[in-house]
Write a protein of this length. Sequence first.
Length: 455
Amino acid sequence: MVVNRDLDSRISHARDASGLEMIPEGVARAETVDDVVEVVHLAMSINTNVTPAGSQTSMTGASITDRGILLSLAPMNRVLDVDVSQRLARVEPGVTIGQLNRELAGSNLMFAPDPTSEQDATIGGAIACNASGARSLYYGATRRHVNAVKVVHADGALATYRRSHPEKNTAGFAAAQDPVDWFVGSEGTLGIVAEAELCLVPMPAHIVGLAIPFRDQASALLFVVSARKGEGGRTARCLEFFDETALGIAAKSIGSTWSDAAAMIYLEDDAGEAADLSEVMSAWLATAEQFGALSDDIRIFDGAQALRDARVMRHAVPSTMNERGSAQITNGGRKVSTDWAVPYARLGDALDASKLAIEKYSAPAPVTYGHAGNGHPHQNFIAHNPQELRVINESIEETLRSVIQMGGTVSAEHGLGKLKQAWLSLQLSPRQIAIMRAMKQTLDPTGLFSPGNVL
Ligand SMILES: Cc1cc2nc3c(=O)[nH]c(=O)nc-3n(C[C@H](O)[C@H](O)[C@H](O)COP(=O)(O)OP(=O)(O)OC[C@H]3O[C@@H](n4cnc5c(N)ncnc54)[C@H](O)[C@@H]3O)c2cc1C
């Protein structure tokens, strides 16, 4: 197993989607589980660190490092086995979510978690970040879909952990009962996922998307609360919010215009569960009209190509904002994305709190979009220079204090990485953080893995 120390290899692994740059001391690209074990032994022997990486789409600097070896798992990209009857897939960690779902075509099964980055995001990265996406409103985040992991520990030992699913269990502390959960969301700090067994779900029968424009943001958010409660008699499989700027970016990406709208909700529903499509549409239209939707301008996405267009529309917003942020890196700026979430009915209150914080610190206005059904918007700020970066972060910290008071979280899907770990203590007590440190000390006593992530 070669560890490349040449500058070109190191620079080619020095960036993720956070806007940070960290040049590793060496780069290794694992092709087998044995390669992973070998790199861990090598790192131990020369007293250096190992940071695992998949496609390096992390938004928080979690998959870059300037300490030790950056270990790419991307070459381990084989789907090893699909058991259609048990609805399970065994995969190497470098398989991307998009690739897995393409390989599942024809089986009538899919891997449900759908981060916007699904065409690039690897299974290893998705597990390590507990990634989620629009469909997670219905299916939950990655954690729920991981049945087993093969892990390389910090002493080089290999272990396989499988969920046992007992209906009742009082054996020991909850934190110790299911080791699969140690690694889901651990951001590469507790072990390296070298293989995973994933739970698959049946493909829905007939997904239909609806883009529903509203004259104002408050009405759009009230519609989300009603939809989430199922008041119109239908279950939304995703409920995505676009503010006016996000709506402009989204509309342009698919050649649409919603000129009178100040906000939009994109939802999906499985019409296959209904007697006919018109019933589904009538139910949603009636609910939307109660909240003053611009019903003449509702756009329906029905059919495979139309649903691909809807994904293009949704993905256009983060991609565009990433490009705008990247253009500011040479000026000392970058994109700053929030990842906080609150109980869905408090989303309007949380956005009001954010508005006040932005005004207080004179931070630039963000573009706001995302998973409103989970109370989880992304606010994307573009900092044009270090001074803007500072006021943006101050305003976010103030918003996070309100978010925590509302029962929310500082990070719902991107993880903490190297950018957001200072905010962990806003949410978790010193005792909870001490328990995390004890887990780290137990599983990685020398601090071999992913220095600077999470803690
Ligand atoms: C445009 C864009 C949109 C995005 N949208 C979403 C979204 O909707 N939802 C969402 O959740 N995220 C989103 N992300 C963030 C990111 O794509 C996800 O977290 C993704 O799951 C990371 O996968 P990756 O393969 O790129 O992992 P990396 O970025 O390479 O790594 C991420 C973390 O996982 C660890 N890791 C990677 N592989 C392993 C392994 N085999 N074993 C142990 N640890 C490992 C790394 O050390 C790091 O801590 C988005 C990113 C971009 C750029």
